[in-house]
Ligand binder design. Structure first.
Ligand SMILES: [Cu+2]
Length: 125
């Protein structure tokens, strides 16, 4: 799942300075079935299915900072060195694992609420 991803082609296409991308050269693929990417105003896709104790991953390449706040305290069932809510600065990725099956809705408090705007769901089964 973790892939080394070289951004030379992207750097050439956008005219970005390649050295600004080096720090983020090790990222994950948004097409992976367990991965949410963030646009400026949304999670893409809005729902992913992962196994119990398997990684769900959020990648922010949007150019803006988001935060991920779970709608219910049950998301505290996330396990491992990281758990719970998190800030997602530009060019970062975050991993959460859930110890119990369930549907864990989350949203970005900057660009949405629990019922509108930037939100998504991790379905753990
Ligand atoms: Cu946001």
């Amino acid at each position: 799942m973790l892939r080394r991803f070289f951004l030379l082609a992207a750097a050439a296409a956008c005219g970005c300075r390649s050295d600004s991308l080096v720090d983020f050269s090790q990222i994950l693929d948004c097409s992976d079935s367990n991965t949410f990417c963030m646009t400026t105003l949304s999670f893409t896709p809005t729902s992913r299915v992962v196994g119990v104790n398997a990684a769900a991953i959020w990648i922010n390449e949007s150019g803006v900072t988001h935060d991920i706040v779970f709608d219910t305290p049950e998301a505290a069932l996330a396990v491992g060195p990281e758990a719970g809510n998190f800030q997602a600065a530009h060019q970062t990725y975050h991993v959460r694992k859930f110890a119990a099956a369930g549907s864990y809705a989350f949203h970005c408090t900057i660009h949405g609420t629990a019922t509108s705007g930037m939100r998504g769901t991790v379905v753990v089964q």
